[in-house]
Design a binder for this molecule. Structure first.
Ligand SMILES: [Zn+2]
Length: 299
């Protein structure tokens, strides 16, 4: 019996040598004729003390006894017939942070940066625009048009002296992210609520920032909303949408739009893609709030 086992051993070795291990692939969620990938650029830690209008003991309990939530930073890739769209661009490489994985995640989805033809930005915080340019200052997505909400652009650029103090000084950093696209004639703004393409609409969701915007995709009766920072703490704010975070520039407006969009999303079984949620979800009404159901395919 030695020969067959030796043969089997050689065959196995041959098979291993002939086929290098496949790179891990990210599976998309399919909605109508859309394919959607959550691309995790990195992770950040959000302190429970950022939460507003909740007793600290309740926040701690809902966060599993912890004082902070380890939170993903996601961008989303949406492939529609004839269009490859990136929503947000992650943090980019930030020294000392778990960040800058967007390009590798895109490769795992089977897409090269040069295949992205449209980039949509929900708002201008660093963890959503950082990955627009490479460390050498050139465009990370050389063939893409960058599309940003005009209201968000006004909020940051019209009169920076009116920004909250902690945000002043960010405009120069932002400009460095946008300039390579402007120079290439690949930078555009749009109005609140505008239809950007068939099956793609910008939805006003101001509150987190002055022009924070949600992108609503539709195909064959299925809907996907890329909600940006409409929600930060999945373990808390689905169940209690009235709970805010201290860095919302207009806390009341942020709570109001979260409640409104959650109500509509639950009714329409819309899939929600949150920049700081661990998975793509749909939500069901539960008590005074909502329960989220993971719709990510099993790999
Ligand atoms: Zn964010």
């Amino acid at each position: 019996m030695r020969l067959p086992s030796l043969l089997a051993c050689l065959l196995v070795q041959g098979a291993v040598m002939a086929q290098p291990p496949a790179p891990s692939r990210l599976a998309p969620v399919r909605l109508g004729r859309m394919e959607v990938w959550a691309l995790q650029d990195g992770r950040i830690s959000l302190e429970a003390s950022l939460l507003k209008d909740i007793a600290p003991a309740d926040a701690r309990r809902m966060l599993g006894g912890k004082d902070a939530a380890s939170t993903p930073v996601n961008a989303f890739l949406v492939r529609m017939p004839g269009k490859t769209i990136l929503v947000d661009a992650g943090m980019g490489s930030v020294p000392g942070e778990d960040s800058g994985h967007l390009e590798a995640q895109l490769a795992a989805a089977g897409v090269a940066p040069s295949e992205v033809d449209l980039i949509l930005i929900t708002h201008f915080h660093f963890d959503h625009v950082g990955g627009l340019v490479k460390p050498d200052g050139t465009r990370a997505f050389p063939k893409a048009t960058l599309l940003v909400p005009r209201s968000e652009h006004r909020f940051w650029f019209q009169d920076p002296s009116r920004l909250p103090e902690r945000l002043r000084g960010r405009t120069a950093i932002l400009q460095a992210k946008f300039s390579p696209y402007e120079t290439a004639g690949a930078f555009k703004t749009f109005e609140d609520g505008e239809e950007l393409a068939p099956g793609l609409r910008a939805v006003v969701a101001h509150g987190h920032t002055g022009g924070h915007t949600v992108y609503a995709f539709a195909s064959e009766g299925r809907e996907l909303w890329c909600v940006g920072d409409l929600i930060h703490f999945g373990a808390v704010q689905f169940e209690r949408p009235e709970v805010g975070v201290s860095f919302d520039v207009e806390g009341g407006a942020a709570v109001q739009i979260r409640r409104e969009l959650f109500r509509r999303a639950a009714q329409s079984k819309t899939v929600l893609a949150g920049a700081h949620l661990p998975a793509l979800v749909r939500i069901d009404a539960k008590g005074a709030g909502y329960a989220a159901v993971d719709v990510t395919p099993t790999r």
